[in-house]
Design a protein around this ligand. Structure first.
Ligand SMILES: *[C@@H]1O[C@H](CO)[C@@H](O)[C@H](O)[C@H]1NC(C)=O
Ligand SMILES: *[C@@H]1O[C@H](CO)[C@@H](O)[C@H](O)[C@H]1NC(C)=O
Length: 344
C-alpha cells in the first residue's frame, strides 16, 4: 500500500516540479541523550536528541560490527526496509521564571505518523544522472552545534514560522522567502517547520571521517537542485537527504511567559539561544539495494512502488526505551537543560 499524493506533497511538488524526490514519514523512535556518531559509547552524551528509524539505534553503533537492517527488529519509518537513523537536537522553551520545557513535535501535513520527522531523498534535477545510494556503514553530519554565526549556517538549514496548521500560504522552497537561519523571533500560529539538508556529493570511498563531514560536499557550481556538478574531489552524486521537523510551539505563544528582557525563549538542547547551531545526523541503514532501487525507479513524493511500506500504526509502534535515564522535560518544567550545557 502506498499513499495517495497529499496536500503537503503537492505543495512540496510545487517547489520542485523539475525535481525528483521521495518523501516519507517516520514516527518518534526515542528521545534520549545518546549520540553514536559524535559521542559513541557515552551515556549520557552532552545534549538531548530526537531520533527516528531503526531500533538498533544505541549509544555505540560500531559500523564494523553493527548492521542496522540485521540488528533492528523494527523501524519507525513507513518504508519498512529503512533501518537508518536520523536525528537532531531538541528545542526547549525557557519561561520567564527560568525553567525549561521541551517543544513537542507533530506529524507533517498529510502524514499520520506520531511526532518524528519527514525524510526526503532528493534525486535533484538531473533526469539521466545516476544517483548512487549510500553503502553500508555510511554516516554524515551537517551543521555545527557550536556555531553562533548566521553566516556559517550551511545552506538549506533553516526555520519557517508557519502562520497556521494548514501551512497556508505555502512559503515556497525550503530556506527561501521569510525563512530564517536562527529561531523565529515572533510567535507562530502553526509552529515551525525546520529544514535540515545534507550535502549531495561524496568522495566515493570514505564511509565516514573524523569530522563526519569531509567525505561529502556541495556541488562545485550551482546547486544540486539545479543540476550543479559535483566537485572533482567529491565526484559521486548521492541522494540529497533532507529532514523536515515540525515543532509545535503553540503552547508557548503567550508572550507574557517569554523572558522579560527580550532575550530568546528558545534553546537548542545544546544551550544555543540563537538557533544557528542547527545540525543533523545521519546513519545509513537501508536493507540490501532498497535505496538504490528507489533512486533508480525515480520514486516520487509519497509513492514508491519499488519499496515495501508498512502501516502507519506499525511505524508508530516501533519505539525504543530511553537509555540515559533522566527527565527529558516533555511534561515537566526543568530547572536546567538535561546535561546543563552553558546557555550561550
Ligand atoms: C545496546 O548497547 C548495549 C550495551 O551498551 C547492549 O547490551 C544492547 O544489546 C545494545 N542494543 C542493541 C539493540 O544493539
Ligand atoms: C514557571 O513558568 C511556567 C510557565 O509560565 C509555569 O507553568 C510554571 O509553573 C512556573 N514554575 C514555577 C516554579 O514558578
Amino acid at each position: 500500500m502506498w499513499l495517495k499524493p497529499t496536500l503537503a506533497a503537492l505543495a512540496a511538488a510545487s517547489f520542485s516540479s523539475a525535481q525528483e524526490l521521495m518523501r516519507f514519514g517516520c514516527s518518534q523512535l526515542t528521545i534520549d541523550r545518546i549520540d553514536p556518531l559524535v559521542n559513541p559509547g557515552s551515556v549520557p552524551s552532552p545534549h538531548m536528541h530526537q531520533i527516528i528509524g531503526g531500533n538498533s539505534f544505541n549509544a555505540s553503533m560500531d559500523p564494523n560490527s553493527l548492521d542496522p537492517p540485521t540488528a533492528s527488529s523494527c523501524t519507525s519509518c513507513t518504508y519498512s526496509e529503512d533501518f537508518s537513523n536520523y536525528w537532531t537536537a531538541n528545542v526547549y522553551f525557557r519561561a520567564r521564571n527560568g525553567t525549561f520545557k521541551m517543544v513537542p513535535l507533530f506529524a507533517n501535513l498529510g502524514l499520520n505518523v506520531k511526532g518524528g520527522m519527514t525524510v526526503y531523498y532528493i534525486r535533484g534535477y538531473q533526469p539521466n544522472a545516476r544517483v548512487t545510494a549510500f553503502p553500508p556503514g555510511f554516516r554524515m553530519l551537517v551543521g555545527d552545534p557550536n556555531n553562533r554565526d548566521p553566516n556559517r549556517v550551511p545552506r538549506q538549514l533553516c526555520f519557517r514560522c508557519e502562520h497556521n496548521m494548514q501551512q497556508v500560504p505555502f512559503g515556497g522552497a525550503p530556506c527561501t522567502g521569510s525563512d530564517t537561519k536562527g529561531f523565529p523571533k515572533d510567535t507562530c500560529g502553526g509552529g515551525w517547520r525546520v529544514t535540515v539538508t545534507f550535502p549531495s556529493c561524496w568522495d566515493g570511498k570514505t564511509l565516514d571521517t573524523p569530522d563526519h563531514k569531509s567525505h561529502v560536499a556541495y556541488p562545485a557550481t550551482g546547486t544540486f537542485e539545479s543540476g550543479g556538478a559535483c566537485p572533482s574531489s567529491h565526484p559521486v552524486k548521492i541522494p540529497q537527504v533532507m529532514y523536515e521537523i515540525m515543532y509545535d510551539t503553540r503552547a508557548f505563544n503567550n508572550k507574557a511567559e517569554w523572558p522579560a528582557d527580550g532575550s530568546s525563549p528558545w534553546y537548542w538542547s545544546h544551550g544555543d539561544p540563537t538557533g544557528y547551531g542547527i545540525h543533523g545526523d545521519y546513519v545509513f541503514g537501508w536493507q540490501g539495494d532498497a535505496l538504490q532501487r528507489a533512486m533508480d525507479t525515480k520514486c516520487a513524493l509519497d509513492r514508491c512502488p519499488a519499496l515495501k511500506r508498512q502501516t502507519d500504526a506499525e511505524a508508530i509502534a516501533c519505539t525504543k526505551r530511553q537509555i540515559a535515564n533522566e527527565d527529558i522535560g516533555d511534561n515537566k518544567w526543568l530547572t536546567e537543560l538535561p546535561g546543563a550545557p552553558p546557555l550561550v
